[in-house]
Design a protein. Structure first.
Ligand code: MG
Length: 303
């Protein structure tokens, strides 16, 4: 395992830490955007504050898209204004174009996340563009951006319209954005560990955005870690579903990911108990059980 070294013991206790990963909690944006209920900006800001207080090094706070297209994300500026900035947490937001970027930058957020889908069919349906057109538009907006940029490549493993995606094509696209931090997204949750390992290795992408739609999300996260990924998107409680499989779960749950990583000797900087409290609070707020398992099972103090 690339991230760990054993020094004479096979128990795992003696493994020296050589990697600290960055988990970005996308619950306030990607999670809540895919929940049927719309939470008020003040409540979304409280979620951001709770996640930051739990030690999350990065939180995706808001989406700067038109409120008529994504009502769950209305009032992005209000959300950001209500955040109590915590040292050690980077606050990011999603923008899809220049206008969104300008709005985001005006709020004082630390980082912008753009997305680019890697197949023509997906891009046509979402943005009425070819991948080439969308990539050119993304390059232009990234070029002008003064904030650090994350570029999420959607449907990087499989597309609901085109099926399996050619890894070579994803690698070629990723290489076009050397100034951006690239995140490979399994948007519909179809990847398996070897595919994730190989694509991370091939693209040198630092980040992955994994879904647990088919129960492969956590195995895929460990595979990405082994291949050298250091940035992991996840949402508290596994908040948010999958738009292409309405009955299924979407994002992997942050506390479940923290549990695996810490158990494997990888530092996350996240206080698991505080995170579990946050997911229990969210569950009561949304009035339904969330998809994560660790927040219900509890952190285990053994070992
Ligand atoms: Mg997602």
């Amino acid at each position: 395992m690339r991230w760990g070294r054993f020094s004479g013991s096979s128990s795992g206790r003696a493994r020296s830490l050589i990697v600290r990963v960055t988990i970005c909690d996308v619950g306030p944006r990607d999670g809540l955007q895919n929940e049927p209920e719309t939470l008020a900006p003040a409540v979304r800001a409280e979620l951001v504050n709770r996640l930051a207080a739990a030690g999350l090094p990065r939180v995706e706070t808001a989406s700067f898209v038109r409120a008529d297209t994504v009502p769950q994300m209305a009032g992005a500026e209000e959300v950001v204004a209500a955040i109590e900035r915590r040292v050690g947490t980077e606050y990011s937001g999603l923008a899809l174009n220049d206008k969104g970027y300008e709005r985001l930058a005006a709020t004082g957020l630390d980082r912008v996340n753009f997305t680019l889908a890697v197949t023509d069919s997906f891009t046509r349906r979402n943005a009425n563009q070819s991948v080439e057109e969308a990539a050119a538009a993304a390059a232009a907006v990234i070029e002008r951006a003064t904030l650090p940029v994350t570029l999420t490549l959607s449907v990087a493993f499989g597309c609901p319209f085109e099926g399996r995606v050619d890894p070579g094509m994803v690698a070629e696209l990723a290489a076009r954005f050397p100034s951006a931090e690239v995140v490979l997204a399994d948007t519909i949750g179809v990847a398996t560990p070897r595919q994730v390992h190989d694509l991370v290795e091939r693209t040198h992408a630092p980040g992955v955005h994994l879904h647990n739609t088919r129960n492969t999300g956590y195995a895929n996260a460990v595979a990405a870690l082994e291949a050298g990924a250091t940035l992991f998107d996840a949402s508290c409680g596994g908040l948010g579903g999958c738009p292409y499989a309405p009955l299924a779960t979407g994002n992997i749950a942050t506390e479940d990911l923290v549990y695996i990583f810490e158990g494997e000797g990888v530092e996350t900087g996240v206080n698991l108990d505080a995170l579990i409290e946050t997911s229990l609070w969210l569950e009561s707020l949304l009035g339904h059980r969330l998809e994560g398992q660790v927040y219900r099972a509890g952190a285990w103090a053994g070992d």
